[in-house]
Write a protein of this length. Structure first.
Length: 126
């Protein structure tokens, strides 16, 4: 990890964020708590996540350019998100980060950045 660079650049830019998203969604689709929330055709969700994470990690603001203000909590309101689902989401992301070769301590650093939004999206009692 080079602390002078953004998370986006540390992950390897476009290629790295794409690889991360590709590693993440198969885990989501296999997770019994998460899978039922997602559509069978996961490709459009992957593309949006690629765009969002690029900007969240300090890369180009692809999501906002295409869809306007992210308002991510609001965009998740249609889905019953419990603490258990936030844990499961972060667990899938931890696995995906490991799969694409992101090593400690950077892996935990990235997960900590994502855990703020993940628990903020909880909108349903467990
Ligand atoms: C806390 C656990 C989470 C759950 C259970 C969850 C679940 C979902 C679901 C069901 C969708 C909609 C899929 C569809 O289009 O049908 C979605 C969309 C999305 N999620 Fe999450 N999510 C979680 C956390 C996060 C986090 C932490 C981020 C990013 C930091 C994120 C980023 C996104 C993005 C960018 C979209 C696409 C939004 C759009 O349609 O414009 N999610 N999520």
């Amino acid at each position: 990890m080079n602390s002078n660079l953004s998370i986006y650049d540390n992950l390897g830019g476009e290629e790295g964020v794409r690889a991360l998203v590709e590693a993440f969604y198969p885990r989501v689709q296999k997770n019994p708590l998460l899978a039922p929330l997602f559509p069978e055709d996961i490709r459009p969700v992957m593309e949006k996540q690629y765009m969002f994470l690029s900007q969240f990690f300090g890369g180009p603001p692809l999501f906002s350019e295409a869809y306007g203000h992210p308002m991510m909590r609001a965009r998740h309101m249609n889905f019953p998100i419990t603490v258990e689902r936030a844990d499961a989401w972060l667990e899938c992301m931890g696995g995906a980060l490991a799969e694409v070769g992101v090593e400690e301590p950077f892996r935990t650093f990235v997960l900590e950045r994502l855990s703020g939004p993940a628990y903020h999206f909880v909108n349903t009692p467990g």
